[in-house]
Ligand binder design. Structure first.
Ligand code: NAI
Length: 360
């Protein structure tokens, strides 16, 4: 692994392209202060190069905060690829992506994200060692990070319910938005702990499966955010909590896996004013990246589990900081992360407005 010093000058956005396989996208490296930049590879259809680039930068910055607060010796980065139209040769495509990662000499370590999977990462690994989330043999750390993300969210949700409602999970109803890799695994854990579930997914078939397996009540996606429940767990897309959706919320706790749940930092203060405890997304959804880090850095499964199980403790620190400073929980998380990264809090517009989002 290279030192942060050796990699100076690499922070920024790197274009990657291989027309022979239809590869086009960027690797955004936000911070190398704590170590090599780690964050998944997202493959999605973007309207234009500008929106792809902006998404990559925003996601890379989020990874810097997430990795710092999770106590990982890693900086923040993200690869974002324009999904080719129609059929394409995935194996050749991801091997070419691996070559582009190799060219960054270890400044960026990739893994799965939306639109990519364990098999894709195995193709990346043919061209570079700067990759994790690879297929595993029994007992090793690695593979799909989603179950670990779900575990961290579950633990954070349990702690939030105890703190805000003074109740245990067998006495609450949780509305889960999105039943994909993380959302469905979260439902299994919540069901096992006795929680009642209200669910929604744009895919009706998976919602019916949750009804059959967990006794969940399914509602249409447009109704989920305003459904009466104790907890909302956003596990689909980012940006779902805005002025209108917050006004309609009928829950006391928001705790879920989706990245960038708040449409703007001010929405964190809106939630607080409404009396809703918001568990910041990147604090509770760090289980997956902790598992990826453990694989890449060679930690044992026990060490990975210990760090994932510490998510409620980190969440408590964030909530106590927000109470002490009278700021929203998202602003408190950003402030703590900035302290760890060593950056000034006015270095980014996101943090500017987050720290301005005082609760009262
Ligand atoms: P996924 O793609 O497997 O699942 C997303 C699910 O949401 C799909 O079933 C989709 O049909 C559903 N969905 C989309 N729009 C919806 C809507 N409007 N209403 C209801 N359902 C909707 O994704 P995955 O891996 O489960 O991730 C979920 C979220 O968690 C994403 O935002 C991701 O960035 C975030 N995340 C995932 C991690 C992981 O380890 N997989 C790690 C950290 C964050």
């Amino acid at each position: 692994m290279q030192s942060a010093f050796a990699m100076q000058g690499v922070e920024g956005v790197h274009e990657i392209s291989d027309p022979s396989v239809g590869l086009s996208g960027v690797v955004a490296i936000h911070s190398l202060r704590l170590g090599p930049a780690a964050g998944g590879c997202r493959m999605w259809r973007y309207a234009d190069a500008g929106s792809l680039r902006r998404d990559a930068q925003r996601l890379a910055e989020g990874m810097s905060y997430k990795n710092a607060l999770a106590g990982l010796p890693l900086g923040g980065g993200k690869a974002v690829l324009q999904r080719p139209e129609g059929d394409f040769d995935r194996a050749r495509y991801f091997e070419a992506f691996g070559r582009a990662i190799e060219d960054l000499c270890g400044a960026y370590v990739t893994a799965e994200d939306v639109g990519t999977n364990v098999a894709d990462m195995a193709c990346v690994a043919r061209a570079t060692t700067f990759v994790a989330g690879l297929p595993t043999l029994g007992g090793q750390v690695g593979g799909d990070p989603s179950p670990w993300t779900a575990r961290g969210v579950f633990l954070g949700l349990q702690a939030s319910v105890e703190r805000r409602l003074g109740r245990s999970l067998d006495d609450v109803a949780v509305a889960v938005q999105g039943l994909g890799n993380v959302g469905y695994a979260l439902c299994a854990l919540l069901h096992g702990a006795g929680a009642r579930l209200v669910v929604a997914d744009t895919c009706a078939e998976i919602a019916r499966k949750a009804e059959a397996e967990f006794g969940a009540i399914s509602v249409t996606p447009d109704r989920l955010l305003a459904t009466p429940a104790d907890v909302l767990a956003p596990c689909a897309l980012g940006g779902v909590l805005d002025e209108a959706s917050i006004a309609a919320l009928q829950v006391k706790v928001v705790c879920g896996a989706a990245n960038n749940q708040l449409a703007t930092p001010e929405d964190g203060a809106r939630l607080a004013r409404k009396g809703v405890l918001y568990a910041p997304d990147y604090v509770v959804n760090a289980g997956g990246i902790i598992n990826v880090a453990a694989e890449y850095l060679g930690w044992t499964p026990d060490e990975a589990a210990r760090r994932i199980d510490a998510i409620p403790q980190r969440l408590a620190e964030v909530i106590e900081t927000s109470e002490r400073l009278g700021i929203a929980t998202n602003a408190a998380a950003d402030a703590l992360a900035c302290e760890l990264i060593g950056g000034r809090q006015d270095e980014s517009s996101t943090q500017d407005s987050a720290l301005g989002a005082v609760v009262q």
